[in-house]
Design a protein around this ligand. Structure first.
Ligand code: ADP
Ligand code: ZN
Length: 633
């Protein structure tokens, strides 16, 4: 204890010095003053990290750490909206209080911090488990909105998703009645999709429609350096929820806490995350669905979540929130233009803008609208014309390009051919899973997907079905070759090739399905991750034969796939045209075109969504995660 006492004295001395500095030294002056327009531009370009608004004065910190100052023009009342929409952290200092009291508080802050830190360290030293005062409570960033004023109409262009969440609204409105009518009370729902697609907005709209409080916290707020804080925050969160039920709890960035436990610890941070995650699981299991609480979690990386989070009774319902297609983009643009009552010039065609912004998220589109309005104001125009929209699109596209997310029209066409290749080869085989839809809307790292739906949950696959799957996997690369030549093939097929090779290997070596090798099973590193590679129990001769057979199967399947594409080339061209136009097409739409070309289709369409989805997800990046929830192996 003697040690701590002297530590305290040192802290006090340090604190005094800081106090003295604050009282007598002058506050640091901003490096530079900027005009308000410049400031807004910087905000839109995401150059601002944090801003403090005090009356008409704004002090901001840029991403590269510079301090800037600007003054808000009188009567301008959207500053707060613009800042928050662009992800700037906003502090507001009320002007009435800018007296000596605030100054004093600011000066005292360091001392309070020091004392807090000291108390905390004492707590850690004396075992850390003493909860005499809830330290976490004072810092918890639980954000409570009594009545969110967002409605489903404010969320544009995701009709299927909105249909899916209607049930949640019904439940929140009248939990008891809902259950009397035979509905199963929903509890945990996972929204997954790229950043900015409107997951938070949708969650708020659900609470808004149901007229219940919206309680939110970000997963990253849970993860602290100190052991125990995160878990305490989880407890606080659920306490708040129970007090406010019926209500909706929203946990953003759930992956920050919910990453799969790796087994490789890296010190305190790891333990802390695990403790927080465990607490979250306990709380999820601990409340009864009848209480009228719904927990929605959001992530853009569902593939890295700990499987424990997705078990029944936890986040057992997963809803994909996709990036908008052309029609969706059109509607999002309209919503934002109407919301801000932006006057449009006669030449503005929102459909043209929607077509020119493939891969844009809702947030990107909201930015386009904001940016165009600002440009028009700067150019002193009465109305926002197409020119402003074009410039705004260019600017935001540049930002996306920097992040490597923009797709050129050229690429888009290649992706379309690739996906139609998968789909066509699939429908030309009786043993393939029925086709559901094709999409070239980028999602995560995936550039396009072809979704097939198997008949029911499958446990056994025949060789015929496996070979059909193999051909289908090659359909993408084969189409590239047919339409772009041997030199035109792309890296987009990496994931397909990986899956095809693995499948062929298992056909030969795991499931003993070839005549040449017969019914053998070879436990190698390829199909058994726990086995060291270079398996000792097969001869070199066998290993060579396996390789030979694998290659033979792969090459033959590829040839077959290419022949199919070659044969129905004309139909492919028409399907690609429609796909480029609509970005997502259903199996029915594809079949209609095949019929026009008299293609003898061997398979049928499948509409109903089932759990076990066979998605061919194409990406160009080497380590790209598969899109969506990983299908059970
Ligand atoms: P996420 O939570 O998926 O990262 P947000 O819900 O935070 O995305 O979206 C950020 C902003 O982008 C929203 O506040 C809204 O202005 C805009 N936005 C995104 N998607 C839509 C949509 N479907 N309709 C209207 N606005 C949208
Ligand atoms: Zn592919």
């Amino acid at each position: 204890m003697q040690f701590s006492k002297s530590l305290l004295i040192w802290f006090l001395i340090g604190a005094m010095m800081i106090l003295a500095f604050n009282l007598f030294g002058s506050r640091p002056v901003a490096d530079n003053k900027v005009s308000f327009t410049e400031f807004v531009q910087m905000v839109n370009e995401s150059k601002i990290k944090e801003a403090t608004i005090k009356g008409e004065e704004v002090t901001a910190v840029t991403v590269d750490g510079k301090r800037i100052e600007t003054v808000i023009p009188t009567g301008y009342d959207k500053i707060y909206d613009i800042l928050t929409e662009n992800g700037v952290k906003v502090n507001v200092i009320p002007t009435e209080n800018s007296s000596w009291l605030v100054t004093l508080l600011i000066s005292w802050l360091p001392i309070l911090l020091f004392i807090g830190l000291w108390i905390f360290m004492m707590r850690q030293m004396s075992g850390g488990s003493n909860r005499a005062f809830s330290f976490a409570k004072s810092k918890a960033k639980v954000y409570l909105e009594e009545k969110p004023d967002v409605k489903l109409d404010d969320v544009a262009g995701m009709d299927e998703v909105k249909e899916e969440v209607k049930e949640l609204i019904d439940f929140l409105r009248e939990p008891q009645r809902f259950q009397k009518l035979g509905g199963r009370a929903p509890k945990g729902i996972l929204f997954y999709g790229d950043p900015g697609v409107g997951k938070t907005l949708l969650a708020r709209a659900i609470a808004g429609e149901a007229n219940v409080p919206f309680i939110s916290i970000s997963g990253s707020d849970f993860v602290e350096m100190f052991v125990g804080v995160g878990a305490a925050r989880v407890r606080d969160l659920f306490e708040t929820a129970k007090k406010n039920a019926p209500c909706l709890v929203f946990i953003d960035e759930i992956d920050a806490v919910g990453r799969a436990r790796s087994g490789v610890g890296f010190g305190g941070g790891h333990d802390e995350r695990e403790q927080t995650l465990n607490q979250l699981l306990v709380e999820l299991d601990g409340f009864d669905a009848n209480e009228g609480i719904i927990v929605i979690a959001a992530t853009n990386r569902p593939d890295i979540l700990d499987p424990a989070l997705l078990r029944p009774g936890r986040f057992d319902r997963q809803i994909s929130v996709p990036k908008p297609d052309v029609k969706g983009r059109y509607e999002i643009l309209k919503v934002h233009i109407n919301k801000k009552k932006i006057p449009l010039g006669d030449d503005v065609d929102l459909m043209v803008i929607a077509r020119g912004t493939p891969g844009f998220s809702g947030a990107d589109l909201a930015n386009v609208v904001n940016e165009a309005a600002l440009l028009a104001a700067r150019r002193r125009k009465e109305k926002v014309t197409m020119k402003e929209f074009e410039d705004a699109m260019d600017r935001i596209m540049m930002g996306l390009e920097r992040k490597g997310m923009a797709i050129t029209p050229d690429e888009k066409e290649k992706i379309a051919y690739h996906e139609v290749g998968h789909a066509l080869v699939g429908v030309m085989q009786e043993a393939a899973d029925p086709l559901h839809k094709i999409s070239i809307i980028p999602r995560g790292m995936a550039l396009g997907v072809t979704v097939n739906l198997p008949e029911e949950d499958r446990h056994l696959y025949s060789k015929k079905e496996l070979m059909a799957r193999l051909l289908q996997l090659f359909g993408g690369r084969a189409a590239e070759e047919v339409f772009y030549g041997k030199d035109g093939i792309t890296t987009g097929a990496e994931n397909d090739l990986m899956r095809a090779t693995e499948l062929a290997y298992r056909i030969v070596a795991s499931w003993g399905m070839t005549d040449e090798l017969g019914p053998i099973h070879v436990p190698t590193s390829r199909n058994n991750p726990f086995m060291p590679s270079g398996s000792p129990d097969i001869s070199e001769e066998t290993a060579r034969k396996i390789d030979e057979q694998v290659r033979k199967i792969l090459v033959e399947s590829y040839e077959k796939a290419r022949n199919i594409i070659e044969l129905y080339k004309d139909a492919v061209i028409d399907i690609v045209e429609l796909l480029l136009d609509k970005e997502t097409i259903s199996c029915d739409e594809m079949f209609k075109i095949l019929k026009e070309h008299n293609v003898p289709v061997m398979n049928r369409c499948r509409k109903k969504e089932v759990e076990n989805v066979n998605v061919i997800s194409d990406s160009s990046a080497p380590d790209a995660p598969p899109g969506g929830i990983p299908a059970p192996a």
